[in-house]
Design a protein around this ligand. Structure first.
Ligand code: GUN
Ligand code: FE
Length: 440
């Protein structure tokens, strides 16, 4: 049967559509060579030779996709959460990212980040590095060894940031991207490069134009930030007075969807024009609710995005968001949508549990291809969730258990994790008891 072929048995949930969960209690999820063959109530004859991992009554769900986070910011999570975006960048983010010039520091920090991401519920992620090419390679090395599937970008920025981070010129910045791509070429099976202009304010027009050309030549995907915060948006208008909206700056240089698979983080204050452009170009939106609260950015109108049929996933935006938990991101997405409904627009009903689960699985998963579902043909990323400590003496349906796990994940336990059929070693080796045995 080849590698990564097996059956998982348990209480299996995945999104059929954004409004409907598929739930099969004590069902069988079949994986052949890393690809799902579907979920069955009875194990079909054809798969009976496969090894079965029986997880009893535990929950089995698709892996969670973090569509936007910053690897180097893992080190200072939780700092400056009383500041607004631009002040937070200057005070904490840029100084910390400068430290990644030191390759030893970068290696140590990225090992830690990759290890914690591996142990988390995230199976796929789209990640910013720093401007430093070699450090970004070390981030890719660390991630590759986790078994997770990621896109990783060396950041490009040649203006409006601290001297210690600013690339010398647009030419030097483009050269640096090329040498990073060359060094990374052929080295990774699971870790892919993505072009990463940090955000419009830190990129000169000539850098954006060069990255647009490079995108055309290479077909690489693109990630950046868009319409996150009001002060940032006015700054973009000053810097690019010709633009019809913030997104137009990226669009103008060929960095906004279409042939270029693109994910833009935030889109909290996108104008109607910008929303139409994203829809037209198939740009993915990474909704990062915790970050939007922490950095006083606002509430992204996700209900409208879903109504309009845009592609949306969820992100943590670490360190805008203080932790790696995609369960937290789902719960926060529900929470902020309720504030939006209550305080901003009562026609926009809050997101449901089904919808945020869809966003964290299929919504973001689509950026990676057929990912985020257990339907036949999807790459098989799965989590096995042990919620015994959460359930206690209660009696809950599988749907209720899943909803409670979103809010109470800290009290639950990730029992197993698979990415494209590969089992990920998430269990720490059993600790040797340190304390002397006590008698009686
Ligand atoms: N915009 C530009 N850089 C950043 C960053 O590092 N984090 C967030 N949240 N927004 C940004
Ligand atoms: Fe970000």
């Amino acid at each position: 049967m080849g590698e990564h072929s097996f059956v998982l048995q348990g209480n299996i949930c995945y999104s059929e559509t954004k409004d409907r969960l598929s739930i099969t209690d004590r069902g069988y999820l079949v994986c052949e060579r890393g690809i799902s063959r579907g979920v069955f109530r009875e194990l079909p004859e054809a798969f009976q030779a496969l090894p079965v991992a029986d997880y009893g009554e535990l929950l089995i769900i698709p892996g969670l996709v973090d569509l936007h986070l910053h690897g180097p910011q893992y080190t200072f999570r939780g700092l400056g959460m009383d500041l607004e975006l631009l002040e937070w960048l200057d005070t904490y983010t840029f100084p910390e990212e400068s430290r990644y010039r030191d390759l030893e520091y970068a290696r140590t920090a990225y090992q830690r980040f990759a290890k914690d991401l591996k142990m988390s519920a995230t199976t796929r992620a789209v990640i910013f590095g720093t401007v430093h090419g070699e450090a970004t390679e070390s981030l890719m090395d660390a991630l590759e060894s986790t078994g997770l599937r990621t896109f990783v970008g060396k950041v490009s920025m040649d203006q409006n940031c601290s001297d210690s981070l600013r690339e010398e010129s647009s030419g030097a910045a483009l050269e640096a991207v090329l040498s990073w791509l060359k060094a990374a070429e052929g080295r990774y099976a699971r870790t892919k490069p993505i072009l990463t202009p940090r955000f419009a304010p830190t990129c000169s027009e000539s850098l954006l134009a060069g990255l647009g050309r490079l995108q055309q030549e290479t077909g690489l995907p693109v990630q950046s930030h868009l319409s996150e915060n009001l002060s940032e948006i006015s700054w973009v208008k000053e810097l690019f007075p010709w633009s019809s909206c913030y997104g137009d700056v990226y669009q103008h240089f060929g960095l906004f969807g279409g042939e270029a698979k693109t994910v833009m983080a935030h889109c909290v204050h996108s104008t109607d024009l910008e929303i139409d452009m994203m829809k037209e170009a198939g740009v993915y939106i990474a909704h990062c609710p915790q970050s939007n609260m922490n950095l006083s950015s606002g509430i992204a109108p996700v209900r409208s995005y879903l109504e309009k049929g845009l592609s949306v996933g969820l992100g943590t935006d670490v360190a805008g968001g203080a932790n790696l938990s995609m369960f937290r991101s789902m719960a926060d997405a529900v929470n902020v949508s309720k504030l939006y409904w209550r305080l901003v627009d009562q026609r926009k009903r809050p997101l449901t549990m089904e919808e945020v689960f869809y966003l964290a699985t299929r919504g973001g998963g689509a950026f990676f291809g057929p990912v985020g579902s257990f339907e036949e043909g999807f790459e098989l990323d799965a989590l096995v969730l042990d919620d015994e400590a959460i359930t206690g003496v209660g009696s809950f349906s599988t749907r209720e258990r899943l909803e409670r796990y979103m809010y109470l994940a800290d009290e639950g336990r990730l029992a197993a994790k698979y990415v494209a059929g590969l089992p990920i070693a998430i269990h720490k080796p059993a600790a040797v008891p340190a304390q002397p045995a006590c008698a009686g």
